[in-house]
Ligand binder design. Sequence first.
Ligand code: 2P0
Length: 332
Amino acid sequence: MVKPAEIFEANIPRPLGELREAQAFAPSNIALSKYWGKRDAGLNLPLNSSLSISLGSWGTETTIRPSEQDTLIFNGTKMASDTAAAAKIWRFVDLFCGVGRPALAIETSNNIPTAAGLASSASGFAALTLALNAAFACNLSKPTMSMLARFGSGSATRSFWQGFVRWDAGDAPDGSDSFATPLEVDFPSFRIAILTVDSGPKSHSSTDGMTHTVRSSPLFENWPDKANADCAEIERHIRNGNFVAIGELAEANALAMHATMMAARPAVCYLKPETWSILQDLWRARQDGLVAYATMDAGPNVKLVFEESTASDVLNVFPNAQMINPFEGSSV
Ligand code: 2P0
């Protein structure tokens, strides 16, 4: 069985170039067709393909510098190396650099408003991979970086591009075909709104939540095939510019993912009463003609998707919505 270190050794030229200061940015992303479930936990390989939209200028910026000793600063605060989040980051750095690496100072910050409560492991591991690639002059391609970033966090595979991005699950046992590709479709009217319910830490990590769901949910067996079909269908609707079909399917896909979790024993439920209250308001408004759809990840916050012409109607129903224009200033 292939080990993660062997995959990094095979893809990153050794010895590494001389370390120099480098900075990189990666956008956060929201899946319209979700990744839930792993076929190989050691290589972090998904059971199904997924498709996301990146969040433009919302994401993570990471700087790497030579240093006397390893240090990690997150949003301006030094992180002890024995926290779970820091250990995950240093494990990834060790995989990337191999044995005998120089000491590094990593400074990373999210410009996503903390109150939005958006998980940032996707943009975090993509920005870290981009910064390591630049700091050691590795000259890796984005598909290769996407494949390697998977070892930090699955959703990071999708954070190397703006716009719509598809992560192909792949079927190679070593995961060499499990990386993301941009769809390169411009959709300037596409908008996202974040409705924050809770910005605190989640009850279960995504990794734990999906492992438990795969093991114990009687509904999970139908998920991988349905998720793959949703992914292909959403891509087709994106290419045809059919916003309503994209939104309907994205909402149904998110609810189906949460249904698999709620059927687990014991149940995994990231959604809170306020999440359901927002959904009720949305569904009521939709009966009155609002063309907006919801999606929820491993947490209680709701993300709406809609088109620019609907923005003021969305704000009428949800005055606290934080609006994002994912295609602003970018040509995909
Ligand atoms: C997604 N999520 O497609 C899905 C939907 C959450 C719900 O990808 O275990 O933090 O590190 O690969 O990437 C969150 O999972 O999980 C996620 P790991 P990750 O966006």
